[in-house]
Design a protein around this ligand. Structure first.
Ligand code: NAD
Length: 306
């Protein structure tokens, strides 16, 4: 398969390390130093104690990637629309586009450029981080769940087969199941991600009182909004799920938003708690604590320039 990865940061690079084994992979990213390093010396990926070097093509200009059978979108959710606009040249009539991003609304952004029949959505528990130009860490996880945005799952099946050939554990679900999985991940992100960034703490600390009361309040608002949007979620299930997650993490684990704030990068807050606030307004569900968290993260982002 000819695969272009739009957004070759932590996740895009980590995935390319697997996919390059059997497919023609091209990384597309605006970060020139990173792209140059990959083309000069290869992409280094740390798997535990081992570092593997792989050689996907990397470009800053999507024109140089030409067409693709599959485009995997791995920019941050706040960058999806702009990245898709810039990468229209990658898209042919049959090009499949897959998003495994976090956050609410990636499907709506992609839909502006791609017919519904070609869009595949999904989630993964895989994780990665950028260590430097041309160097990423595979932080673990295993599963990839994908499914069509519409009714036809043939593109998702082809994609899953292509992923499995490279050792990526991938399952296909229908559009309703995969949408619920994206919402499910959103619930957990809304509970922890911003809070740990604002408080500047390791993620597992949120399990301790009194911080646990804060995540519970955000989680309760998010679940209420999800329910108003038609998802059959139960608050108690998510509270339990979040405790299990927090207790399973390494002591020093940090949320992605903590990492963004630490590097003074724009966060995905508007696609996480921000989306809960917007949808809450539409559905008449009050979300005062989520709104406060969104304002605090915006204030932190505004402070970067100072
Ligand atoms: P990242 O910031 O490491 O990578 C994003 C890349 O996109 C950057 O290299 C950036 O230069 C590039 N980019 C920005 N604008 C672009 C444009 N217009 N065109 C091309 N490239 C552009 O982000 P990440 O951690 O890899 O996360 C990507 C998505 O996956 C996010 O939605 C995140 O929430 C989700 N996710 C991350 C992890 C993780 O462990 N990092 C796990 C699961 C899901």
């Amino acid at each position: 398969m000819k695969i272009s990865i739009l957004g070759a940061g932590a996740m895009g690079c980590m995935m390319s390390g697997f996919l390059v084994k059997r497919h023609e992979v091209c990384l597309v990213d605006v970060w020139r130093e990173h792209v140059d390093e990959i083309n000069r010396n290869g992409l280094r990926i740390r798997f535990g104690g081992e570092v593997e070097t792989v050689h996907p093509k990397a470009v800053t200009n999507p024109d140089d990637a030409k067409g693709a059978d599959l485009v995997i979108v791995f920019v941050k959710s706040i960058q999806t629309a702009e990245a898709m606009e810039g990468a229209k040249v990658l898209l042919g009539g049959d090009t499949l586009v897959l998003s495994l991003q976090n956050g609410y609304g990636n499907d709506q952004d992609i839909r502006k450029f791609v017919p519904e029949k070609n869009i595949i959505m999904g989630t993964t528990d895989r994780a990665a981080s950028v260590l430097g130009p041309g160097f990423v860490n595979n932080s673990g996880g295993r599963l990839i769940h994908i499914g069509p945005l519409g009714e036809d799952s043939s593109g998702a099946e082809r994609t899953a087969a292509a992923f499995r050939e490279c050792g990526l554990d991938t399952d296909v679900y229908d559009s309703h199941e995969v949408s619920a999985m994206i919402w499910d991940k959103l619930m957990i992100n809304c509970a922890n991600n911003a809070l740990a960034a604002i408080l500047d703490i390791n993620t597992p600390q949120l399990a301790d009182e009194p911080l646990s009361d804060l995540f519970k309040t955000l989680l309760r608002e998010s679940v209420e909004v999800a329910r108003a949007c038609g998802l059959p979620f139960e608050y108690g299930v998510y509270e339990e799920k979040n405790y299990a997650l927090l207790n399973s993490l390494a002591k020093e684990a940090r949320t992605s938003m903590w990492q963004d704030v630490n590097k003074k990068r724009r966060t995905e807050i508007d696609r996480m708690n921000g989306a809960i606030v917007r949808l809450g307004r539409e559905k008449g569900v009050p979300t005062p604590c989520s709104e406060m968290v969104v304002r605090l993260v915006h204030a932190i982002e505004k402070g970067y320039a100072a």
